[in-house]
Design a protein around this ligand. Structure first.
Ligand code: ADP
Ligand code: ZN
Length: 297
């Protein structure tokens, strides 16, 4: 039996099981690190009754993923009060005394989709979430891409025409990066209304699709993914998929000669199949990886 923690900035989702068929979950709001982790640890203990083999954590960030670093497993420079330099993975390992796998929330979701969802049998794909922020996980050559730290795909630059869109952007670090222009809160600030309250014929959605398609075009051209999964609260607007696909095809303009982005775009930019459970299921994959690693050592 594996345990999973999806550590989000607003809520935690914990789960135990081996996959979608037997997953049992619990969710609760994120408060202080101590109080939040106490609930998570108690849930895992109670549900597993000594059968727990390993735990996987998919966390909001930025986080330290370098296994040789002194602060491996920490949440690092987050603006979230109380969570700066918090030893998330270490706290769970010390409390439960099992191997702990640790990765970003979006990497965990990508792993869940790779195992059970919309990215099965792919070696190269992206999982993006467009919600409170914009985050992306990349699986490249069958492995999660970490690199220097981990990708921060939401913070890339896209063309911003100030005549068309005078909103300066809401990212505290970069102003009008993609997240600053196209996250849920950015939409709310620009239009004075929560994204979910904007009607589907509102010009907000044309602009939103335009920005997201620019992001996608950049990732298609740099990472060459075989598929792109788009999740998060903002993509609950199903009509966005058609607009984004159309804009993406227009931006690529026939240059990337693959049927996936020319003829089969409807299967190229898709929603995650596991919905809101991708992250917590991905945590089980991280747990399994941590367990197998220990086995080999
Ligand atoms: P988080 O990013 O915190 O994990 P979500 O992915 O649900 O959570 O993202 C929250 C954002 O998504 C908010 O900015 C909210 O306005 C927006 N959102 C939630 N539901 C919808 C919806 N049905 N349509 C459009 N936007 C939505
Ligand atoms: Zn930014």
């Amino acid at each position: 039996m594996f345990g999973s923690i999806e550590a989000g900035g607003t809520k935690f989702v914990c789960g135990v099981g081996t996959g979608p068929a037997d997953l049992r979950t619990m969710q609760f709001p994120t408060t202080t690190p101590e109080a939040t982790l106490a609930i998570a640890i108690q849930f895992l203990r109670q549900e597993c009754r000594g059968e727990l083999k390993a735990v996987g954590i998919g966390s909001f960030g930025p986080i330290d993923l370098h296994s040789t670093s002194l602060t491996f497993g920490y949440v690092t420079s987050t603006p979230k009060p109380g969570w700066q330099n918090y030893n998330l993975a270490g706290t769970v390992r010390d409390a439960l005394d099992v191997p702990v796998g640790f990765d970003t929330d979006v990497d965990a979701a990508a792993l869940g989709e790779a195992r059970w969802g919309a990215a099965q049998n792919l070696t190269d794909f992206l999982y993006l979430t467009i919600g409170t922020g914009i985050g992306g996980g990349a699986i490249i050559n069958g492995r999660v891409l970490h690199g220097l730290v981990h990708p921060e795909m939401g913070h890339i630059r896209v063309p911003h025409d100030l005549a068309r869109d005078p909103f300066p952007g809401g990212c505290p670090y970069h102003g009008d990066c993609l997240e600053g222009l196209a996250s849920g809160p950015a939409m709310q600030e620009r239009w004075g209304k929560a994204a979910q309250d904007l009607p589907s014929d509102h010009p907000a959605w044309t602009l939103e699709a335009h920005y997201l398609a620019h992001g996608l075009a950049n990732w298609v051209l740099t990472l060459s993914p075989q598929r792109i999964l788009l999740g998060g609260g903002v993509l609950r607007q199903a009509h966005l998929f058609g607009r984004i696909r159309q804009d993406l095809v227009g931006l690529l303009n026939g240059y990337v000669r693959a049927t996936e982005v020319m003829r089969d775009i409807d299967q190229y930019v898709v929603p995650p199949q596991l919905g809101g459970r991708a992250g917590v299921l991905g945590g089980l994959v991280l747990a399994e990886q941590a367990y197998t690693r220990l086995d080999r050592e």
